[in-house]
Design a protein around this ligand. Structure first.
Ligand code: EPZ
Length: 431
């Protein structure tokens, strides 16, 4: 199994390219199932989860053709074509490895009139039920049953009717599932208290490029007028605001100066505002090469009080990275995790490196320390593993991060990107 070794203390500086967004890719790929025409996705990140989703699409009968790109390039172009669905089932074996597989439920149901999808089960960061996915799909006409660990879904008379649903709490995945399913429903659907994440805007824009009719994109009220069929399209996956936010924390924690290229500062509002509050200098850059964000450390980090929230609030997917950064702040910070009930698995690992953190319920108090020390640590989930990498970049001595397969799910060629801006980092394999 691979580990990542970091010898900390180097100040990071230079330009770092941001890849396409994992959480946009994982909802754009199933959208291809809604039509028998090809969907070409550009800037698709090379990540384990994206490969896993490709296998699931193949299993359903869709082809996935990768356009030749140089291996050195970040991202790639893939054309997905679901000419015919040869299966309408997402089996347990695939879904248990990648919960985002649940995002085929809406598209397969809309396309084939029926679908059978394994329940995803629990996850390291929380129970993560799918009840809202099911309620929203029922509201637009689906008939659902649970049997043997699977959701069995049917569209009476072979096509969803459309309908109205108000989410009791904001859910990214459930919003994505119902928006995709409603795109080809017989009637119009109205979704209220919908999630507003940029990845959902990306999905809606791609669906519109395929011929869908969606009003209210970017707001919490979406009106989707179903169309009879969607058409071929070519769409470029948005940049990954969470990857960019993670590297922005790398600049801050190492006293560095990074220009993150290819990312839109607009999508990173709450993250950049929090960095600024911590005393980091943040500037959007328009450099004719797709723009980006320059992040420069400017003296001691100031402590923060932060609560995670749905977009445009502070992202739960940035909580662990900020915690790592704030272990070195000049004072005590208070973090509250409101989205997932078990998203502090990184705390004991950071403590092994000398961090001073106390957790009580959903709140963590992080008292800044003078320095961290390298140690062997264990990754537990995607963002927790990034927080350990960040701590390792700042720590004195060597840090060894085990179970890096978590990282490969969401960070494209992390060691390459970090060593190009001055980090002393390498991946080793223990066979
Ligand atoms: C998406 O997960 C992201 N994953 C997550 O990113 C992210 O943390 C999350 O949104 C919140 O921003 C992908 O896009 C693939 P939710 P999702 O439905 O859709 C509860 C990462 O690190 N809920 O918005 O699963 C749920 O338990 C990952 O990249 C229900 O109760 O998140 C949670 O407490 C981790 N019933 C809250 O809502 C439901 O049916 C928000 O979950 C659905 C959700």
């Amino acid at each position: 199994m691979d580990r990542i070794l970091i010898r900390g203390g180097n100040r990071l500086a230079g330009r770092l390219p941001i890849s396409g967004a994992k959480n946009a890719a994982l909802t754009l790929m199933p959208a291809a199932l809604l039509t028998d025409q090809p969907l070409t996705l550009r800037n698709l990140p090379r990540l384990a989860d994206v490969d896993g989703f490709g296998h699931l699409l193949n299993q359903l009968g869709a082809s996935t053709a990768v356009e030749g790109t140089s291996p050195a390039a970040f991202g790639r172009t893939v054309t997905i074509r679901a000419g015919d669905l040869t299966s309408t089932e997402a089996p347990y074996d695939i879904v248990r490895k990648m919960r985002a597989s649940i995002l085929v439920l809406g598209p397969v149901l809309a396309r084939a009139g029926s679908a059978r999808v394994s329940l995803p089960g629990g996850c390291a960061i929380g129970n993560r039920p799918i009840d809202l996915h099911l309620k929203a799909l029922e509201a637009i006409g689906a008939e659902l049953e649970m049997a043997a660990g699977y959701v069995e879904a049917r569209a009476p008379s072979g096509r969803l009717s459309g309908g109205k649903y108000r989410f009791p709490v904001v859910s990214v995945g459930a919003t994505e599932n119902v928006v995709m399913a409603a795109a080809t429903a017989r009637g119009t659907s109205c979704i209220e208290n919908a999630a507003r994440e940029p990845e959902i805007v990306d999905l809606c824009r791609c669906l519109v490029a395929m011929g869908a009719r969606i009003e209210g994109i970017g707001t919490d009220r979406l009106e989707i007028e179903g169309v009879d069929a969607l058409r071929a399209a070519t769409y470029s996956v948005m940049p990954d605001r969470i990857e960019a936010g993670s590297y922005a924390c790398a600049a801050a924690i190492t006293g560095g100066d990074l220009t993150l290229t290819g990312v839109d500062a607009e999508d990173m509002g709450a993250t950049l505002a929090a960095l600024t509050e911590a005393g980091v200098v943040v500037e959007p850059v328009a450099d004719g090469q797709g723009g980006g964000v320059r992040v420069t450390a400017a003296g001691p980090l100031r402590p923060l009080t932060l609560s995670t929230a749905p977009y445009p609030g502070f992202a739960t997917d940035m909580q662990a990275q900020f915690m790592a950064m704030l272990t070195l702040a000049d004072g005590a910070s208070v973090l509250t995790e409101t989205i997932f009930e078990n998203r502090y698995m990184h705390v004991p690992e950071l403590a092994r490196m000398g961090a001073d953190i106390t957790v009580s319920g959903r709140t963590a108090v992080v008292r800044g320390v003078a320095g961290l020390t390298g140690a062997p640590v264990m990754a537990t989930d995607l963002r927790a593993s990034m927080s350990l990498i960040l701590a390792g970049l700042a720590a004195e001595g060597e840090t060894s991060v085990a179970r890096v397969y978590h990282l490969d799910r969401g960070y494209e060629r992390l060691e390459e990107k970090l060593s190009a801006v001055g980090a002393d980092i390498e991946r080793v394999s223990d066979g």
